[in-house]
Write a protein of this length. Structure first.
Length: 437
């Protein structure tokens, strides 16, 4: 097989490769959805408060609303006797003004009566009123247990910015200002195309057991990873290592209403590595090929023209499972979050202590898979075992990737190391659709 249109290897650094991937995509248009369906979607417009909350001064606990001056000197053996003149609770106001020696029974959230400035907790009283009288046995609550009106929000306060990911707290803030629907960016649509004559699904697992094939783990892996990013994902593979078959699937992808195509495998230099040549033959404009990283160096990105006039971003992932997973998390995940309108597209990073020596290299950034152990003291990053790019088991055990920077031969046990976490709630999905052929 010749490579008449094979691009030269660019060997970009990881940060530059990521920046170029992000430059290929833009946030999708917006739509209005019911608030309860907006979980983990990115806001397309800011949200500001329309009300004052709390709407009034209110009690932070169950007790008695009093004037602080009236309980000065109260002690267990020398209680202050007060007159109970009413009751208030959330949503029910006591009409009147508190006078000297007066107390109003109040529940958490109840509006503070006019004239009161303190709430004495039930525990500092006799607990039961006798003929409308109450004895207070401590002055510790003078001026306390009152939540001031407007301390949470006032009309015009900015609650959420465009591009923020709506988590449960964000939904609560939106609901608190009376919103039933919110404007969010549309959910990205991605097609995943895996390749390889050797791939076998569950219906052909006898071949795997007989040594005549390998499991197709990349398909489920990447469809799930795409769904976790909040995308609707469809599988176009696996496809045979055949130019006509690969070309047919690429043409199918171009005709689909998708925002990103991810190809898996066929990315390196072998005779059956067909994706790059087929894509070049149908007009893919390669942005780059090859990244200075391990695993995952034969990663590529580009734009494929479509009859609709809009170019289709294409990311070419290597076929080894660890390589496919690492490059998806570092590059494809960022692209999907950018498409979904999220302003934060990076994996969260923590600093941990290396539990074992983490090997690196002079010319590549290494990303060993690690699990995070939380013992007494700092976080500890423990390798998940052998780090070969064709291994799958360690992906199930890993919480993130340790980063051994380019030019660092190794990070020794006990030394600090940056870990990019992927086993966390991430901008994800309310009910993304995953389709398999």
């Amino acid at each position: 097989m010749s490579w008449p249109k094979r691009p030269p290897a660019d060997w970009l650094g990881v940060d530059e490769a990521r920046a170029r991937v992000l430059a290929l995509v833009s946030p999708l248009p917006s739509e209005e959805v019911p608030l309860v369906q907006a979980l983990n979607r990115a806001l397309a417009a800011p949200i500001s408060a329309t009300v004052t909350l709390p709407p009034w001064d209110n009690s932070a606990m169950d007790g008695y609303a009093v004037r602080g001056v009236d309980v000065i000197g109260a002690l267990p053996d020398r209680p202050v006797e007060m007159r109970v003149v009413g009751e208030t609770r959330a949503g029910i106001q006591w009409d009147g003004t508190l006078g000297p020696g007066d107390a109003v029974r109040i529940m958490t959230g109840g509006p503070l009566p006019e004239g009161a400035d303190s709430v004495v907790r039930v525990e500092d009283t006799d607990g039961e009123e006798q003929a409308g009288r109450l004895r207070v046995r401590s002055e510790r609550d003078r001026g306390r247990n009152v939540r001031r009106g407007g301390q949470d929000m006032r009309p015009g306060d900015r609650l959420l910015e465009a591009g923020e990911t709506l988590g449960p707290g964000g939904l609560a803030a939106a609901a608190a200002t009376g919103l039933a629907v919110v404007r969010v960016h549309k959910r990205p649509r991605i097609a995943v195309l895996t390749s390889g004559d050797e791939l076998r699904g569950p219906d052909q697992f006898d071949d795997v057991q007989a040594g005549r094939g390998i499991p197709d783990s990349n398909g489920p892996l990447l469809l799930a990873a795409a769904a976790e990013c909040g995308s609707d994902a469809v599988s176009l593979g696996p496809v045979r290592d055949d130019v006509a078959a690969v070309s047919e699937r690429i043409e199918e992808a171009c005709s689909m209403d998708i925002d990103l195509l991810v190809t898996v495998g066929g990315a390196s230099m072998g005779r059956t590595d067909l994706f790059r040549e087929v894509l070049a033959n149908v007009g893919l404009a390669f942005e780059f090929w090859r990244v200075r990283m391990r695993p995952g160096s034969p990663f590529s990105a580009g734009l494929l023209p479509r009859e609709t006039g809009s170019a289709l971003p294409v990311l070419g992932l290597p076929g080894n499972p660890a390589s496919a997973f690492v490059t998806f998390q570092l590059f494809a995940r960022a692209a999907l979050l950018r498409l979904g309108g999220h302003y934060s597209t990076e994996l969260p990073a923590v600093t941990a202590v290396a539990g074992h020596r983490l090997a690196g290299g002079a010319s590549l950034t290494h990303f060993p898979r690690v699990r995070i152990e939380t013992k007494d003291g700092p976080l500890v990053a423990m390798p998940t075992g052998p780090q070969g790019s064709g291994l799958v088991k360690g992906l199930a055990q890993a919480d993130g990737f340790a980063v051994v920077p380019e030019g660092v031969e190794a990070i020794s046990a006990g030394s600090p190391v940056t870990v990019l976490l992927f086993r966390l709630p991430v901008p994800g999905n309310d009910s993304p659709r995953v389709e398999a052929r």
